[in-house]
Design a protein around this ligand. Structure first.
Ligand SMILES: Cc1cc2nc3c(=O)[nH]c(=O)nc-3n(C[C@H](O)[C@H](O)[C@H](O)COP(=O)(O)OP(=O)(O)OC[C@H]3O[C@@H](n4cnc5c(N)ncnc54)[C@H](O)[C@@H]3O)c2cc1C
Length: 429
């Protein structure tokens, strides 16, 4: 089953014993180490100042500990032995502390998508040079597709040129929103550009691997998300006469568009899994606040309106999770391509649900909710951005509508609505 009603009944397999153990270990890790480390992380970033992108030392400490606990590279089935359905609740736990936990277990964007891509289409040499240190958590990477001057939700618009010159490719272009490029550990960019602007629309693009220390690569600035600078940054990157050997081509020439789709599918569903954890955290904060804060003679939790918001939040999160897990199940059972519509649906529905929970949590925190006194404002900013990155909602809705309009109905309905109206118009005896 891929999308919409089907005669096949969806029954999910139970998690393996190993998946259950890893889940329990992740609960312990988040409780014992990650959440207590958040203050340290924030202190370091505050002291370092807004424009600083160095890595708070607590991150490397958490990475070492997570690895010892066996919590490492769980996103990649060939490494972890987990299905996506088994990984989903673990990724969700990491979303409770989105700036620390995903990286602690080496399951952070954008590296996971890049690792998937290198794993799927990289040559042995490319895997040895880039995939091995990424899997070891020794370096970081970025994915450079979006451009400031063209509507990049339509990837066929990309203007960066990749021109072959003997044994080299020469790259010229300007990218922005390149997540991770400000991190001092970022050693490599996967750049999407056009190798043949005359080819068929979806065969013009290619991807090349560009080490960040290649002459001509300039990180111009990091863009804040609603005023907040993320540690690893979202950068504007200029590529001027950048030369790399032709062996840095990732996949085949003209295969960039297909490879981008390959990369974005798993990347999207992993974002969605983590977002559920952020939603759960906002709901937990809402509940704690409702019990602890008193107004008009009692705790806020006694107010019907507050109770209703808490209940609505639980419903929305459960609905969103069901869709996410269904998409993960279809990835496991039928592959990324078959799951693409469910992934698109989850990519729209989950951030919406999570944002509405965070919004209610902000409301319940009153003035504190809109400051950085709690993490709610940062959570709001990130998940609002999620409705744009990895494709804006509208792009996914367009795909979904196309699939729905083209789908064979499960039943041939016996009568049209119009004929029913005609029947009603006929005089009765
Ligand atoms: C926090 C963050 C991190 C990011 N990280 C990366 C990264 O690491 N690498 C990278 O390459 N990019 C990254 N991006 C960029 C992101 O993927 C793009 O912003 C996104 O694809 C939209 O492209 P655009 O900004 O050019 O918007 P445009 O393509 O100009 O679209 C603008 C708006 O037009 C509307 N629209 C678009 N298509 C349709 C349609 N079919 N129907 C109706 N309306 C439509 C939507 O409302 C859309 O938001 C990131 C963005 C953010 C905010």
């Amino acid at each position: 089953m891929t999308f919409g009603p089907s005669p096949q009944y969806p029954a999910y397999p139970a998690p393996s014993e190993r998946a259950q153990q890893l889940y329990d270990e992740m609960v312990a890790f988040v409780r014992e180490e990650v959440l207590p480390a958040e203050a340290d992380y924030e202190r370091h970033r505050l002291a370092a100042g807004e424009g600083d992108h160095t890595v708070p030392p607590v991150i490397e400490r958490l990475k070492a500990s997570a690895r010892e606990r066996g919590l490492w590279n769980l996103f990649l089935p060939s490494e972890s032995g987990l299905t996506q359905l088994e990984y989903a609740p673990i990724a969700e736990l990491s979303g409770w502390s989105n700036e620390l936990a995903p990286e602690a277990i080496n399951c952070q964007a954008p590296d996971t998508g890049n690792m998937e891509l290198l794993h799927l289409v990289g040559t042995e040499e490319q895997q040895r040079t880039w995939l091995t240190p990424l899997l070891a958590g020794e370096i970081r990477s970025a994915f450079a597709m979006t451009e400031p001057l063209v509507a990049s939700s339509d990837a066929t618009n990309i203007e960066t040129r990749i021109v072959r010159d003997g044994d080299e490719y020469v790259i010229d272009g300007r990218k922005w929103w390149i997540s991770g490029a400000a991190d001092p550990r970022c050693r490599v960019l996967i750049v999407m550009g056009k190798t043949d602007p005359e080819a068929a629309t979806h065969r013009q693009q290619s991807m090349v691997i560009v080490p960040t220390d290649t002459p001509g690569v300039h990180v111009r600035r990091s863009l804040p998300v609603f005023g907040r600078q993320d540690q690893h940054g979202h950068c504007e990157v200029e590529l001027r006469d950048v030369r790399v050997p032709v062996t840095n081509l990732l996949g085949e020439e003209g295969g960039g568009f297909a490879a981008a789709q390959m990369r974005l599918g798993p990347g999207r569903i992993h974002h969605v899994m983590r977002a559920l954890g952020a939603g759960e955290r906002a709901l937990a904060m809402m509940v704690a606040r409702a019990k602890q804060r008193h107004a008009f003679g009692g705790p806020l939790a006694d107010q019907g309106a507050v109770r209703e918001r808490i209940a609505e939040s639980r419903i929305e999160l459960e609905q969103a999770r069901a869709l996410c897990h269904h998409a993960a199940f279809v990835v496991d059972s039928e592959g990324n391509k078959a799951a693409r519509h469910l992934i698109a649906a989850a990519k729209v529905a989950v951030p919406r649900a999570v944002l509405s929970v965070i919004d209610r949590a902000i409301q319940l925190h009153g003035g504190a909710g809109v400051t950085d006194a709690t993490m709610l404002s940062a959570l709001y900013g990130w998940h609002r951005a999620m409705r744009i990155f990895d494709g804006p909602d509208e792009a996914h809705l367009t795909t979904l509508a196309r699939a729905e309009l083209g789908r064979e109905p499960l039943f041939d309905l016996p009568e049209t609505l119009l004929s029913q109206f005609r029947d009603l118009d006929e005089p009765t005896a």
